[in-house]
Design a protein around this ligand. Sequence first.
Ligand SMILES: Cc1cc2nc3c(=O)[nH]c(=O)nc-3n(C[C@H](O)[C@H](O)[C@H](O)COP(=O)(O)O)c2cc1C
Length: 282
Amino acid sequence: MTTQHDLFDPIEVGDYTFPNRIIMAPLTRNRAGEGNVPTEMNVSYYQQRAGAGMIITEATQISPQGVGYPATPGIHSDEQVAGWKRVTDAVHEKNGHIFLQLWHVGRISHPSLQPDGQLPVAPSAIKPEGETFTYEGLQEFVEPRALEKDELAGIIADYVNAARKAMQAGFEGVEIHAANGYLLDQFLRDGSNQREDEYGGSVDNRMRLLREVVEAVCAVIGNRKVGVRISPENSFNDMYDSDAQNTFNAVTEMLNGFNPAYLHVLEGDMGSDKRELDYAHI
Ligand SMILES: Cc1cc2nc3c(=O)[nH]c(=O)nc-3n(C[C@H](O)[C@H](O)[C@H](O)COP(=O)(O)O)c2cc1C
């Protein structure tokens, strides 16, 4: 038997009870200021939306390497923490609740956005089809550099550092962005992950980085303050998996083992009507 809930009934999410079931989806706005610091425009934008049961912020880079677009905010410098603190204070002043979405774009970047003009990084050196937004306008994606295995501990540490800083900035929790063709999703799906080490090949190997990130973040801020977003059949950012049902059945089972605050699933394909998977099993 299912229970009917009104949109305006409270809902329990992890450690919290939110006053209604309206959740604002994460939306990139490209409105950060100098140093990728949230500005007054971000403060009023989020405060205006504080009546939602919960806001998930726009994707926010965990490190200078994690950036992929102009004017997106970060959560790795003290100035960014101070900027986000103004946002969370403004949301809390209106009795709102807000989670920060943690982001590393992986190959969906461009050397002109990367520190010292370096190549974007990815599980494998596979160039996505298409063009990306840069400060000089649309430019073709480049072939990324495949991450060395010994660099992955540093990326996990960046997620942990960013999650700690998010809590310092006053967020209720974080959402780990493992959707939409960014770094963690690039590891999950075999179209972008052709590694031959223990981070590629089998589904278990491909989800190893996500598992390690979730485990490390949960250990530091508590599993009931951590959500995860996935997008099993979204082709956005040139993504593909040869058996998405099998991959994401395993991913959700693995995530369930952490008893996170929530799982955020983007169903179907953002760019088409395609929706073929059995989400009941995901
Ligand atoms: C302008 C724009 C920015 C977006 N930014 C993000 C983002 O930062 N993080 C994210 O996970 N999804 C982002 N999305 C995806 C949305 O959260 C949402 O999933 C998508 O619009 C599809 O809507 P639906 O999930 O209700 O079908 C963005 C979408 C749009 C149109």
